[in-house]
Design a protein. Sequence first.
Length: 322
Amino acid sequence: MCPDLGRAKLPAMPIPTLVIHGGAGLVKAHIFAEHQEADYHAGLSAALAAGLAVLAAGGPALDAAQRAVEVLEDHPGFNAGRGAVYAHEGHIELDASIMCGATGRAGAVAGVRTLRHPIQGARVVLERSAHVLLAGAGADTYCAGQGVATAPPAHFHTDLRWQQLQAAKTADRIALDHDGAPGPVTDAKLGTVGAVALDAAGRLAAATSTGGMTNKRWGRIGDSPLIGAGTFADGRVAISCTGHGEHFMRHVAAHAVAQRVELLGEPLGAACQAVLDRIEAGGGLGGLIAVDAGGAIALPFNTGGMFRGHQAVGGPATVAIW
Ligand code: ASP
């Protein structure tokens, strides 16, 4: 469990709040070929409801963030868990991370192929291991040994993702033929899911899970499983990012938001926007979600859309794409 450190410094009665995302990107019309817009709204709403139920019952932010991500990992339309994009070789490689702001403890897995809920693997690394990040087959083995449920490749397969891989591979060959610049081809919707939560005790937590980028190769890992880049939480803020991971890694994006809030005293929204502006200046696309200890939230993105939602206990649920 996540002990209640630093509580005395936090607001007396914060309103428990949850913010989620299901990825940012161009969100072109073809994304809706297999799953309708209403289906995405339903998926976001279900994740929001599941996480908020934890908070409404007085549960910890860490559990609420994890629960919301688990629901999104089960939805085949999001690029995490079931429905994850394919790597170049035709298999999935899943990344996830989770952090408790009250304790500073964190866990992550990268490049796992068998965990039904990679975020549960990240939580087990946080709770039971002496490490922060486990990768590859070792991570699969460790997490399965700790009781994290596994699933066969068929569980993760969707026809849409398979077709996207074939299209990306074709584009790679074209890129090689014409400009000699082989490399990963990004999905129109970059994907990834995440959640940040503030609980009734003032504790913050962040969680992120992804299949990464379509047609990724050579064991490529993005920002999502990297504490400080794709996920971060402390006593003041919790952040989960989505987008072109290499850019978020170079800017150590999630930690940069926290540092701006702590050292510059910037409001949460301004800090998030400043970091996203820097990422955009370097050509990076994506977005992030954040909540602070006072219950302020921010959900900026610089893409055509970002699947997102937020709700405070006792308040209305809001979900949006564009
Ligand atoms: N950030 C993820 C990655 O680069 C992808 C995404 O968020 O869509 O692996």
